[in-house]
Design a protein around this ligand. Structure first.
Ligand code: HXC
Ligand code: NAP
Length: 290
């Protein structure tokens, strides 16, 4: 386990809501916030998962942890979760939009309902939460922090996850738009774009075993490893903390260089063995002399 980058009280006084905080990366980021002294309220649709995660994380740090069952697609449930957070962990001053749904599929196999399902969780869910909590922050003059989890393909687009790609692109646009518009209220908005970090939720839907026989996702990553949850959680803690008070409207990529490997025109020359470069150099230099 990687140590917290920040000290045990760096997030003291932060009352943080984490959507989708019962599992995966949301759980890991919640754990790190706890270890840095925050009070945390996690939300998702499954109460038992939330209860188990609360029990597991309650021993970490000096803060309080609680949960609220909430489907982010439903405004009334979001409003109730916000009410519960305010009364349970105190006035919320940081919000992590992390809940998501996703699966791989050729786009032409998707029903309209499948498109709605993903975009409703990812984009509508994020703006439901952002609008409801943002209005309270403005009314109560709270200098809050939004942190939104997107993906690297929020900027590039990606086939086979098209509903997720368009929804995450919308979340990125929301992040950058409000970073400017709501700065006058002392509200910051930032995003993190993770590359692959192993979680049950993502791996079961995006990298099923059958696919692994055909494709090695590690070959796409220059550092040749997946991300470690605490690496992401430390970055999230920094962006939630007052140490990042001047960071606003930023999207921080944490992907081992993955998207750049795909983007650089000649990066696939990595496949050329060293001994071939003498021949190639002779050919290239020879061309110049002609
Ligand atoms: C085609 C599918 C499908 C599939 C569901 N559908 N799975 N279509 N291929 N594999 C269709 C259904 O048939 C239905 O349409 C519609 O989608 C809604 O499905 P439901 O099962 O009714 O939806 P729901 O119960 O709300 O569940 C949502 C879910 C589910 C997204 C489908 O997987 C879920 O709960 N996911 C939450 C967690 C998650 O996805 N985590 C991964 C995040 S990882 P019809 O028309 O048939 O009714 C991530 C990483 C990105 O985002 C980057 C990685 C590097
Ligand atoms: P995960 O464990 O499946 O997390 C998704 C969470 O969202 C779950 O806890 C789920 O809980 C919750 N959720 C789904 N639909 C919801 C809804 N309608 N309302 C409320 N909560 C809902 O997957 P993960 O890998 O940790 O993903 C976390 C975030 O990281 C997502 O934003 C994902 O897009 C992003 N991300 C992940 C990776 C990766 O490699 N893992 C890479 C890039 C980006 P319930 O089912 O109980 O509701």
């Amino acid at each position: 386990m990687i140590s917290p980058m920040l000290n045990a009280n760096a997030l003291g006084g932060k009352n943080i809501v984490v959507t989708g905080g019962g599992t995966g990366l949301g759980k890991s980021m919640s754990a790190m916030f706890m270890r840095c002294g925050a009070n945390v309220l996690i939300t998702s649709r499954r109460e038992q998962v939330l209860q188990e995660t609360c029990a597991e994380l309650s021993a970490l740090g000096s803060g309080k942890i609680d949960y609220a069952v909430c489907d982010v697609r439903k405004v009334d449930e979001v409003e109730k979760a916000i009410d519960k957070a305010w009364s349970s962990i105190g006035p919320v001053n940081a919000w992590l939009n992390n809940a998501a749904g996703n699966f791989i599929s050729p786009t032409e196999r998707l029903s309209h309902k499948a498109f709605d399902t993903i975009t409703d969780i990812v984009l509508k869910g994020t703006y439901n939460c952002t609008l409801s909590v943002g209005k309270r922050w403005i009314a109560e003059e709270i200098n809050g922090v939004f942190l939104n989890i997107v993906t690297t393909y929020a900027s590039t687009g990606s086939g086979y996850v098209v509903p997720s790609a368009i929804a995450k692109a919308g979340v990125l646009a929301l992040t950058r738009s409000l970073a400017v518009e709501w700065a006058k209220y002392g509200i910051r908005s930032n995003a993190i774009a993770p590359g692959p970090f192993p979680t049950e939720g993502a791996w079961s839907r995006l990298f099923p075993a059958e696919l692994g026989k055909k494709l090695d996702p590690l070959q796409r990553i220059p550092l040749r490893r997946f991300g470690n949850h605490e690496e992401l959680a430390n970055l999230a803690s920094y962006l939630m903390s007052d140490f990042s008070a001047y960071v606003n409207g930023e999207v921080v990529t944490i992907d081992g260089g993955e998207w750049l490997q795909g983007a650089g025109e000649f990066n696939n020359l990595e496949a050329i063995p060293n001994e071939m470069w003498d021949t190639i150099e002779r050919m290239v230099r020879g061309k110049k002399d002609n």
